[in-house]
Design a protein around this ligand. Sequence first.
Ligand code: PRP
Ligand code: URA
Length: 212
Amino acid sequence: MAKCVVINHPLIQHKLTIIRDKNTSTKAFREVTNEISMLMAYEITRDLPVEDVVIETPLVETTQKRIAGKKMAIIPILRAGLGMVDGILDLVPAARVGHIGLYRDHETLEPIEYFAKLPQDIQERRVFVVDPMLATGGSAIAALDLLMKKYGVKPENITFSCLVAAPEGVAALQAAHPDVDIYMAALDERLNEHGYILPGLGDAGDRIFGTK
Ligand code: PRP
Ligand code: URA
């Protein structure tokens, strides 16, 4: 059974309140989004396997742990997913980064794919897909479809992480990809008639890049 986790750590809740506030500047929004992403990365990577390694401290030889298993890839869904990448890379600097470009058609809310560039060995990696918003779920589902069907990534090797999710999006994503772990910083109330999350934080891409 895949996980569906709300990471409601006090620091994350506090920082989320800052970026929800419409008076928060673009600069602060970007910085705090990265901070939340770094805190989330701590939890999202909790199940990474470790292996024994023999090292020498200045005093003795000792057997200690290091991360083992698959190499990692972070895959932001453009544009807004870019806002989460640096914070995660702070914790896992060796991860590769791939990009999937999707935007929601404003009328239909259907995701339109416009770009994909992934590490060539993506199917051998532990893949962390990131996007601040999970609204209808259409974009996340399309990104995971692409990773699995076109690039052969197995669902058990994929984690989807967002800052704010709507219950509708979580349900749709779980129905479409039941084996993918989902992490979020907050599970909000609902979508409005335009497909925006309430209370939400507005349009994440516009707020990260200052385009509105
Ligand atoms: C936003 C957000 C998600 C998507 C979520 O992207 O970053 O990708 O909407 O909505 P959904 O769950 O209903 O698909 P948007 O389409 O606004 O593109 P942008 O990141 O380029 O601004
Ligand atoms: N995309 C966003 O950026 N915000 C929402 O509330 C919903 C979709």
